[in-house]
Design a protein around this ligand. Structure first.
Ligand SMILES: Nc1ncnc2c1ncn2[C@@H]1O[C@H](COP(=O)(O)OP(=O)(O)O)[C@@H](O)[C@H]1O
Ligand SMILES: [Mg+2]
Length: 368
């Protein structure tokens, strides 16, 4: 599939620890030969640790299907069951140096506690003296991003399919007081049948009131994130508005010229030029999601996601059918077998040689 230039993520650091100097020794790790690290401070029993190590050793690592600013995702096959998985790995030294310790831990905590048809399933986490590991279901259909760039735009019916499934995922997360904070087509994957799986919980956070760390991808950031005045669940509804606009037009509303520098001022000015192809009902829905004042935005009221689901744009949608995966996916990924990687881009396999983590850095992940 086509290559893409990645959209950047912004993340203010959340780790208060000063970064260590990098360990000097680097090595070529063999996936069959990772050392078992059992830390004396861990809450995880040695037996559990050994189980995870065995499960890791059983995996045959096949290839990279995704990279981000902090992690890399590899397809792997369990040699016993033949099941394919996605193994998300992070270099421990890199996570510490880029001050993403809290984000990675929170990704694990949040994913461990959730279960929803449109959200990725995490099986276990583990670490070696170089890497953190998260074993996820493999979602073979690839990124919605790839299909968007290939097709240019989606029609309204197709867009509503994706928006509906994401709305239910957000409703579920928000009911657990979790904000997702990184909605964009790169983090929306299609499963073998074409239904949505939301991945990448690196910026997701459990919040009771407001939170202040700025993170996300410029095109999708809400005004309160640019202002740093604190944000809550309604920042996710903002990003849903951006996504719908991007699906229908092929570009995001505050970055029509593909010039990231202009985004903050355009978002804060809140002016959008509306193409004539967007009908009035859709326009009014997107406008309500893109209300500047986060407390007045659609979805921010006390009825939360119900406000969103009751909008005219969804009048033909039966929400029980959406949850039951009964809507017909507009795209069925062209897959030949469950481990097919043809829907993903190609990446260099240059990940094995990373520094060993220092004992101090390893201690940070004793429970991982
Ligand atoms: N479970 C998965 N199955 C298949 N591909 C995945 C899976 N999780 C992530 N990916 C791919 O890897 C990319 C990077 O993963 P992501 O979790 O978004 O990491 P990052 O935090 O580095 O952005 C995703 O955009 C997607 O293409
Ligand atoms: Mg991502």
């Amino acid at each position: 599939m086509t290559n893409k230039s990645p959209r950047h993520v912004i993340s203010s650091s959340t780790s208060s620890d000063a970064p260590d100097s990098p360990a000097l020794n680097t090595s070529i790790a063999n996936e069959n030969d990772t050392t078992l690290i059992a830390n004396k401070f861990s809450n995880i029993t040695l037996a559990e640790r050994e189980e995870r190590q065995k499960a890791l050793d059983r995996l045959e690592i096949l290839k990279t299907v995704g990279t981000g600013s902090y992690g890399r995702v590899l397809v792997a096959q369990d040699r016993e069951s033949s099941v394919y998985y996605a193994l998300k790995i992070f270099s421990i030294t890199h996570v510490v140096q880029s001050r993403q310790v809290e984000h990675v831990k929170s990704e694990k905590e949040i994913l461990s506690g959730i279960n929803h048809p449109f959200i990725i399933c995490l099986h276990w986490t583990h670490h070696s003296d170089q890497f953190l590991y998260m074993l996820l279901d493999y979602v073979p259909g690839g990124e919605l991003f790839t299909y968007m760039r290939k097709r240019g735009t989606f029609d309204l019916k197709s867009s509503l399919f994706y928006i509906s499934e994401i709305t239910l995922a957000f409703e579920y997360l928000h009911s657990l007081q979790i904000v997702y904070r990184d909605l964009k087509p790169e983090n929306i994957l299609l499963d073998a049948e074409g239904h949505v799986k939301l991945v990448d919980f690196g910026f997701a956070k459990k919040i009771l009131n407001k939170t202040f760390t700025t993170c996300g991808t410029p095109d999708y950031l809400s005004p309160e994130l640019f202002k740093g005045t604190g944000h809550h669940k309604s920042t996710d509804w903002w990003s849903l508005g951006i996504l719908l606009f991007e699906m229908l037009t092929g570009y995001t509303p505050f970055n029509p010229n593909q010039n990231e520098i202009e985004i903050p001022s355009r978002v804060l000015a809140g002016r959008i030029s509306w193409p004539r192809t967007i009908d009035d009902v859709t326009k009014s829905f997107i406008k309500k999601l893109l209300i500047q004042n986060a407390d007045k935005r659609l979805g921010a009221g006390k009825n939360g996601s119900r406000e969103v689901k009751e909008q005219a744009i969804f009048s033909s949608i039966k929400w029980d059918d959406v949850y039951a995966r009964k809507l017909k996916p507009p795209i069925v990924p062209p897959l030949e077998h469950p481990g097919d990687t043809s829907c993903f881009d190609e990446y260099k396999e240059d990940w094995r040689s990373v520094p060993f983590a220092s004992d101090k850095d390893l201690d940070l992940f004793a429970d991982f």
